[in-house]
Design a binder for this molecule. Structure first.
Ligand code: GUN
Ligand code: ZN
Length: 441
């Protein structure tokens, strides 16, 4: 029996980072820039990547080459922390974390009990990711299993690699947004069985944050992680000073905020902690020792006035960092905008974020934070073919600035500083074009 092979051939300018690194200064040596390149995908995976000259004979006779002579093609952006039910509440005015949750977030999330509503927003959310060149995300749903099903269904329709989970919350939130230690455990288990490893979907056990879970619930979450060691853990950590003080009051027997999660078996190489703006020394050590990862969410940290994430410390302490939009506390789905703010967060601390380091964080570095660097993050052979076609000249001002760019690094930096969804010409998932900007050439 012969099986049909789906082949795509893309010709254009390609830029990626070849290997993961232990230090930011090593990134420069891993940059791969192919000016006239060819990418061939077979059944969603990268089958050839290199120069057009060397690879053109490999293109099957019936395959039409998609040529992007002026654009720049990079690996699909990865968002390591985002809340799909908060899509509609971006830009909620005036509050910091704890007041923001009570005033805006919890009332918004209550709507997701309704499966139809969940479906409508999940579909909008997935389209918005693709429109912004984001091909993989680690996503908070709400406490309602309906919201998780809706998200995975919408992602599956696009063949996207999404990691998501049902929120666990059994206190300090409206009653209709709470589960119990037992029901949270049971619903999560059912969802793991249903979705984890089905197609490209992966599951994350998702306690919202320590203040909204009892010890009993965190203990059940740890039990679940022990039963399914391959699933992710996704939560928030050390975002806001009042939040940290509250955790210390609620869990006096633990040695600080991270120790609450660590105590219940929720740290590890597949655990992702959003924010980590105010970690203490011993907590950095625990993050390192357990190989846990951080989602750095600059637009959110600035919007909620949470603080400045010390990216240089994460490199020093050898802790994995991915980039997160954290919509709806974050103010953009777009990872170029997120990097633009990341640069400023580093500037305010007297540090530089180079264009290539920025690209690393949005692609291969985030893949590594999600333990998916063997599948995602660059154009290495055998990886899943998720990539973005970027138009560097989407506005008159961008065209003027790009015409003066000294080299590809400068061009990339200008793109990051000024870029947004207008620069996303097309998005490919698993070898297929799933979004094309109508005005794109
Ligand atoms: N901490 C607990 N819940 C949330 C949330 O929804 N957003 C952010 N930014 N922080 C949180
Ligand atoms: Zn968040």
């Amino acid at each position: 029996m012969s099986s049909v092979v789906a082949m795509t051939a893309i010709r254009g300018r390609f830029l990626d980072i070849k290997n993961t690194v232990a230090q930011a200064r090593e990134i420069h040596d891993q940059v791969r820039y192919v000016e006239d390149g060819l990418l061939i995908t077979k059944n969603g995976q990268i089958d050839y990547f290199g120069s057009w000259q060397a690879g053109q004979h490999l293109i099957g006779p019936d395959v039409k080459v998609e040529h992007y002579p002026e654009q720049l093609i990079v690996p699909g952006f990865i968002d390591t922390h985002i809340h799909f039910p908060q899509t509609e509440m971006i830009g909620a005015y005036g509050e910091q974390l704890l007041e923001w949750l009570n005033t805006y977030t919890f009332p918004t999330e209550l709507q997701f009990k309704d499966a139809q509503y969940s479906k409508q927003i999940a579909q909008f959310f997935i389209q918005e990711l693709l429109k912004n060149g984001t091909t993989t995300a680690l996503v908070f749903a709400t406490v309602h299993p309906e919201s998780v099903n809706a998200l995975f269904e919408a992602a599956t329709a696009q063949n996207m690699r999404i990691i998501a989970g049902k929120v666990l919350m059994d206190r300090h939130a409206p009653e209709n947004l709470c589960d119990t230690a037992q029901t949270g455990y049971e619903y999560s288990k059912t969802l793991i069985e249903k979705w984890h490893g089905k197609g490209r979907n992966l599951y994350a056990i998702t306690p919202r944050f320590a203040p909204t879970s009892t010890q009993e619930q965190l203990s059940k979450a740890g039990q679940l992680k022990a039963e399914y060691p391959d699933v992710y853990v996704h939560t928030h950590l050390s975002e806001n000073k009042n939040e940290i003080a509250w955790v210390k009051e609620l869990f006096p027997e633990q040695n600080g905020y991270l120790d609450v999660y660590h105590h219940f078996g929720l740290t590890g190489s597949k655990s992702v902690f959003a924010h980590c703006v105010h970690l203490e020394q011993h907590e950095w050590q625990c993050m390192h020792d357990t190989d846990s990862a951080i989602a750095f969410c600059p637009t959110s940290n600035l919007f909620l006035g949470s603080g400045l994430f010390p990216l240089h410390t994460a490199w020093d302490k050898q802790v994995k960092v991915g980039l997160g939009s954290d919509v709806g506390a974050g103010t953009s789905f777009n990872q170029l905008q997120t990097l633009n703010e990341a640069y400023k967060v580093q500037q305010l601390q007297g540090n530089k974020l180079s264009a290539f380091e920025a690209l690393y964080h949005a692609t291969l570095g985030s893949a590594k934070a999600l333990s998916l660097e063997d599948k995602l993050g660059n154009f290495n052979l055998g990886k899943e073919a998720d990539f973005v076609v970027l138009d560097l000249n989407a506005t008159a001002l961008q065209r003027l600035r790009q015409s003066r760019a000294k080299n590809i690094e400068d061009a990339l930096f200008a793109l990051i500083t000024m870029g947004d969804d207008r620069n996303i010409a097309a998005t490919y998932v698993f070898g297929e074009c799933v979004y094309r900007q109508s005005s794109a050439k």
